[in-house]
Design a protein around this ligand. Structure first.
Ligand SMILES: Cc1cc2nc3c(=O)[nH]c(=O)nc-3n(C[C@H](O)[C@H](O)[C@H](O)COP(=O)(O)O)c2cc1C
Length: 193
């Protein structure tokens, strides 16, 4: 096995959604570097409809926090308390004049950003349960631009574990407060012809 494969495998398997962060600022330069690599992600017809709004300012972060929802299956247990909140957000935005179907580009970009941040020890929570109207207004995102997804980011303050799914996809916390994330078994999802 090549060293590259080992490194990438480690990054892929260690990535878990993080919802507890430590109070340590992320350098702007790290985010610029990560986004300039995410810029190279695949894009349908190479249209590249995505752009990014990075929120690091403390007052703006407090506002963002009001408009996102955490861990539906275990709410309110997955909501980060004061001092454990994200130290940044990346809003991923599309431009309808460039592409009307940016969703697959979005997945490619968000995943690339997530793995690059993982490699820097920074955790991510993809946030789809958001108040798009409120966040768009806060960040000045207006037509033809459209807010697609928010990534909450920060240095990790928890270590969730992955396990084979038995009978439910619902993640849960154990008695020690560790988050367990069930994944479907390989034999249940792959068919080789
Ligand atoms: C498109 C998408 C939207 C998501 N939205 C939210 C969200 O609004 N709030 C939240 O706490 N987690 C959200 N998540 C995180 C999922 O709950 C998480 O990925 C899932 O439980 C599997 O955990 P894992 O990422 O550690 O493998 C979202 C994930 C994806 C891919």
């Amino acid at each position: 096995m090549s060293i590259e494969y080992e490194i990438v495998s480690r990054i892929v398997s260690s990535r878990r959604t993080i919802r507890k962060f430590v109070d340590k600022q992320i350098d702007e330069s790290i985010l610029l570097d990560v986004l300039s690599l995410a810029r190279l992600s695949p894009s349908g017809a190479n249209r590249q409809p995505l752009s990014y709004v990075v929120v690091l300012d403390e007052a703006m972060r407090e506002e963002m926090f009001k408009h996102v929802k955490w861990a539906g299956y275990i709410a309110p247990d997955g909501t980060p308390s004061e001092g454990e909140r994200p130290t940044g957000y990346i809003a991923i935005v599309s431009d309808d004049t460039i592409s009307k179907s940016p969703d697959i580009d979005l997945g490619a970009s968000a995943m690339t950003i997530n793995y690059l941040l993982e490699a820097r020890g920074i955790g991510v929570c993809w946030m789809g349960a958001i108040d798009r109207v409120a966040i768009s207004s806060l960040l000045g995102i207006a037509e033809p631009r459209r807010l697609l997804l928010v990534l909450a980011i920060g240095y990790k303050g928890e270590e969730p574990v992955v396990e084979d799914m038995v009978d439910s996809v619902k993640y849960y916390k154990d008695d020690e407060g560790v988050l367990h994330v069930p994944k479907r078994k390989i034999g249940d999802i792959v068919r080789i012809i």
